[in-house]
Write a protein that binds this ligand. Structure first.
Ligand code: BGC
Length: 259
């Protein structure tokens, strides 16, 4: 049976059944706006609305834009604070009546990119960074996820990095591509100084416009745009749910072996 992947984002909750062996959507995805406020009850209902569009799945993988440990959401930088310490996997699983795995959104996108996209067969340390409402990070060593890194919250120029270099900061401050790329470059240089990754993969909505800003960035580390774009979170969530074999919660993912 298929696995449903659902991606909870800052503006939309999107989902589709996934072929987890190929990393492809089996049907067109369905999207509803993220409820505002994005409290636990409202988001659980939005997820249920997306899930109700599909049939024929026996487990669900869900992304969340914060730290997720053993199915419990631990941080809520860009969502309602009711998510702090919420038993998310249990709540979703009770509402959807199937086993549910929940993982961080950037981790999910990274799992998909490492299994099927820009990070495929990459050895050593690979770092996926998503630039959207916040900055998400996912770190892989030889294809294995080190979950729940939060490098979007490094301090840059005395501020939380995501407040200066996320795509939301670009939009809110109406920054030119040059100006924003300068901030992203400062951020990436800081990250490479700390971690020396072999590869940066940049994702999030803004990676669709990579031609506008990626050529402006000079860092030592090779840097490539994500290739699965909008669907990476959905695919990575489903792959992870497949690997969890019905046990809700956060699992270290061996993304080289999608089931
Ligand atoms: C959160 C991360 C998340 C990122 C992207 C950050 O504010 O702390 O957990 O991955 O935003 O949504």
């Amino acid at each position: 049976m298929a696995i449903l992947g659902i991606d909870i984002g800052g503006s939309g909750v999107k989902g589709a059944p996934v072929d987890t062996a190929r990393g492809e959507l089996l049907e067109e995805r369905f999207r509803v706006p993220t409820p505002q406020p994005s409290d636990v009850g409202s988001v659980v209902e939005a997820v249920a609305e997306v899930a109700a569009k599909f049939t024929g799945y026996d487990r669900v993988g869900i992304t969340f834009p914060g730290v997720v440990v053993d199915g419990v959401t631990r941080t809520a930088a860009n969502v309602d604070k009711s998510w702090l310490d919420a038993p998310a996997a249990r709540l979703f699983s009770e509402r959807l009546s199937v086993p549910v795995s929940v993982l961080n959104d950037a981790d999910a996108a990274g799992v998909a990119e490492v299994a099927f996209g820009a990070g495929h067969d990459q050895r050593g340390l690979t770092m996926m960074l998503t630039f959207g409402t916040g900055i998400g990070s996912a770190l892989f060593l030889d294809g294995t996820l080190i979950p729940n890194t939060e490098f979007g919250h490094l301090e840059l120029d005395g501020k939380d990095a995501e407040l200066r270099a996320s795509d939301r900061a670009r939009e809110q401050e109406d920054l030119s591509w040059e100006k924003w790329a300068g901030r992203v470059q400062d951020y990436l240089r800081h990250v490479e100084m700390l971690l020396s990754p072999r590869l940066f993969i940049v994702g999030g909505g803004v990676s669709k416009k990579a031609d506008k800003w990626l050529p402006l960035i000079e860092v030592r580390t090779p840097i490539v745009p994500a290739t699965l774009l909008n669907n990476a979170g959905i695919i990575g969530a489903a792959v992870t749910a497949g690997q969890a074999h019905g046990h809700p919660g956060g699992f270290p993912v061996d993304a080289d072996q999608p089931s």
